[in-house]
Design a binder for this molecule. Structure first.
Ligand code: ZN
Length: 191
């Protein structure tokens, strides 16, 4: 199917419609007992195509990685908040992320995707901390600091990224080159 080899596991059941699930490269299909083969074939084909497309979209969006990361970060909270879904989106506007207590969904700004893992983790921790404190009160920072000691460093990193993104046109090419040529160090002894 579309260049992917799938193993089909077909089960005839007392169901009304054809249902399919994709587990790795195995397509699990349940079909009505009396459904004719020539009707079943195209239905299975269409479901397989749809599921493969959905799986591809999730892979491209890094959803599995994002979910694993979000759950790992959630586990560092004294009371781990539930994470049902985590994904990168391009609709976050000026925010780095969000967490919906209703749908248990973590949304991350797609611009974070290429950043260091510890920064991504800190953004997830920040959003999850809002599950307990909707504001930026001292209690919020106290909880965030416990779940993610790197939070302050990540805030500074992201502030630097934002600054550079906003000022990219006013940073002279020669300065840009200096910044990207190698990791600028504060002085020789740091090396
Ligand atoms: Zn916040």
């Amino acid at each position: 199917m579309d260049g992917t080899t799938l193993e089909l596991v077909l089960e005839r059941k007392r169901v009304k419609n054809v249902n399919a699930r994709l587990r790795g490269s195995t397509l699990l299909v349940s079909a009505p007992v009396g459904m004719a083969e020539e009707r079943l074939q195209p239905a299975v084909r269409e479901l397989a195509r749809k599921l493969l497309r959905r799986a591809h979209a999730a892979r491209v969006n890094g959803e599995e990685d994002a979910l694993a990361l979000a759950r790992k970060v959630a586990g560092r909270f004294p009371e781990p908040p539930a994470v049902g879904r985590a994904l990168f989106v391009t609709t976050q506007g000026g925010r780095w992320g969000s967490y919906s207590t209703k749908t248990k969904t973590v949304r991350l700004n797609a611009a974070l995707r290429g950043m260091p893992g510890w920064v991504l983790e800190a953004v997830v921790a920040h959003e999850l901390a809002h599950a307990f404190h909707p504001d930026h009160s001292p209690a919020f920072w106290e909880l965030l600091g416990r779940a993610c000691p790197e939070a302050g460093r990540a805030e500074a990193f992201l502030a630097g990224v934002s600054w550079f993104a906003r000022n990219i046109d006013v940073v002279a090419p020669v300065e840009r080159e200096l910044l990207s040529a190698e990791q600028p160090r504060r002085d020789a002894r740091d090396a």
